[in-house]
Design a binder for this molecule. Sequence first.
Ligand code: AMP
Ligand code: MG
Length: 325
Amino acid sequence: MICLGIEGTAHTFGVAIVDENKNILADLRDGYTNEKGGIIPQDAAKHHHNVADKLINDALKQAKITFRDIDLISFSRSPGLAPCLLVVKEKAKYLALEHKKNVIGVNHCIAHLSSGLFWTKTRDPIYIFTSGANTQIIALEGNRFRIFGETLDIGLGNALDKFGRGIGLGFPSGPKIEELSEKGKYIQLPYTVKGMDLAFSGIVTEAINKHKKGASKEDLCYSMQETCFAMLAEVVERALAHTQKRECVVIGGVAANRRLLEMLNIMCNERKARFFAVPLKYAGDNAVNIAWQGILEFKRGRKNEIKTLDINPNERVDDVDVFWT
Ligand code: AMP
Ligand code: MG
């Protein structure tokens, strides 16, 4: 089975072609960026619309196949920015009708979780899912993912981006914050863990205020990282203790950050848990995830959905029955 996956829930538009033996035949991405910082949903959707055809054709070329060889089209139907999700759904639908292909929509966050199993040796981990919009600590229980802890306001990536915008770093700010943090010292910021949940908004506001009052970008970048990452590590540690699981895997764009990986790794070592990270290139949004999730679900019985295609900007991982494991 060969699947063409289309990702487009937020800033990244991606097209990938993957087969059921885990071979990645093509993987192309084109990211929406914005000098002023932040994502403007309508602009991101326009971006996706503008690059879609070229990326799809280039992916087929890269894979050295034509549409005749594709068995399934899988697209990111949830969750995400509604204008972006609509562009992706319409593109998938058009291609499926035009080339008479099976098409299904998958949950983008679940595709990220499955990528933890695709890329690493973990079997039954605590998933640390930390992307732009999402920060959740998750594990599979029976046929549902259970969210043990999560952000009460914004995702960690968005928090870093919002802080970055506040001090003039542009979008995305994560990599710039990481670079600047190397020359910083610690300044105290609020530490907000509430039970098993996290909150980042107040920290962002306080850090931006401290910048206005003269604190250096370097010190603030360092302190943002130390504070937010320690909060996350604390909740993950408690999820490990509670579930008695012995493995963690980290997924999502923020997992590109070396300091975050280091902190989680230290915590896992102390608890004798094995720590895994999805390779950098696949930690953030990409269509390989979406294609692979499509293959998993289609092989386990999902049927062509051409007549019922939809999007769901708010679907959570614990809304979905896990029938493919
Ligand atoms: P995703 O939504 O999974 O594609 O992740 C995107 C998020 O990852 C954005 O909010 C980025 O700021 C963040 N990010 C990317 N690289 C880094 C990094 N090196 N350190 C921290 N955050 C990062
Ligand atoms: Mg994502």
